[in-house]
Design a protein around this ligand. Structure first.
Ligand code: MN
Length: 261
């Protein structure tokens, strides 16, 4: 039985984490290490300027699932568990989610959910990030968790290339309305952020980044956004290598030089 670490960015009390952990008990022995508060959109972070504390959480998960709340980032939770929070446990697999919102296109660079999986990949572990499109925080994650279990089952029985994760987005549909599973690439998000400048009671300006929820190119076939928009589960292989390989050769023709003194 594999040892499975379950984490997220919505926090230890998020229903998506609970549903995912319960389904994972059907595949292996499960540990939960998750942020004590909502850490959505915090990206990939490593807390080095202060200690981290992991508090045991009782009565939220079944007794056979050890659960810890950490006062750090989602990626800190993965690092802590993989570096020996449970001294004698070597994890075989890491799953993150189920997030309350999609993680598609450029969202991946903001996502705490995806960062958990990327952190695990840095440690050489196989990892999957799961997100549900779209759902309110207190919605029902049970059917999405069943999908997550089937995807994880496949992932456990196959090899991953090094430094690669699976990023999975699940449409919020009843199981019998999901059209199937599509292997995809990242699509193109369209953010509609608007800067809202206000004045505080002391006459100083402050700023909110507001605006409508992001949109995106739902027509580009083969992308995560296209798949979910058409009722498919989207599975995207994501690499830690962010190099734009095809730009290396053109870039090498530029006239870079170290200035002479
Ligand atoms: Mn989140």
């Amino acid at each position: 039985m594999p040892n499975i670490l379950v984490s997220n960015d919505d926090g230890i009390f998020a229903p998506g984490l609970h549903a995912l952990a319960l389904q994972m008990t059907k595949l292996g022995k499960v540990w939960v290490v998750a942020p004590e508060t909502n850490q959505s959109i915090t990206g990939h972070k490593k807390t080095l300027d202060r200690p981290l504390r992991a508090k045991p959480i009782k009565d939220v998960f079944p007794a056979e699932i050890p659960a810890y709340a950490v006062d750090g980032a989602p990626s800190d939770c993965a690092a802590l568990a993989l570096m020996g929070l449970f001294e004698d446990i070597d994890f075989d697999f890491v799953v993150s989610g189920i997030n309350t919102a999609p993680n598609m296109g450029q969202d991946l660079t903001y996502s705490g959910t995806v960062s958990v999986a990327l952190e695990a990949a840095i440690f050489g572990k196989r990892a999957i990030a799961f997100s549900l499109v779209d759902l309110q925080p207190h919605g029902d994650y049970n059917e999405a968790a069943i999908v997550a279990r089937q995807v994880t089952e496949q992932a456990i029985s196959h090899e991953f290339p090094i430094h690669t994760i699976l990023n999975v987005n699940i449409p919020h549909l009843p199981l019998n309305e999901i059209q199937g599973v599509r292997i995809t690439k990242q699509g193109l998000r369209l953010y509609r952020d608007v800067l809202d400048r206000r004045i505080d009671p002391f006459g100083q300006p402050y700023y909110w980044i507001g605006g409508e929820a992001p949109s995106g190119d739902f027509e580009a076939e083969g992308t995560d956004m296209w798949a979910v928009h058409n009722g498919y589960v989207s599975v995207t292989p994501v690499h830690l290598d962010m190099t734009r390989h095809e730009f290396i050769a053109p870039l090498a023709t530029w006239d870079f030089k170290v200035p002479e003194v």
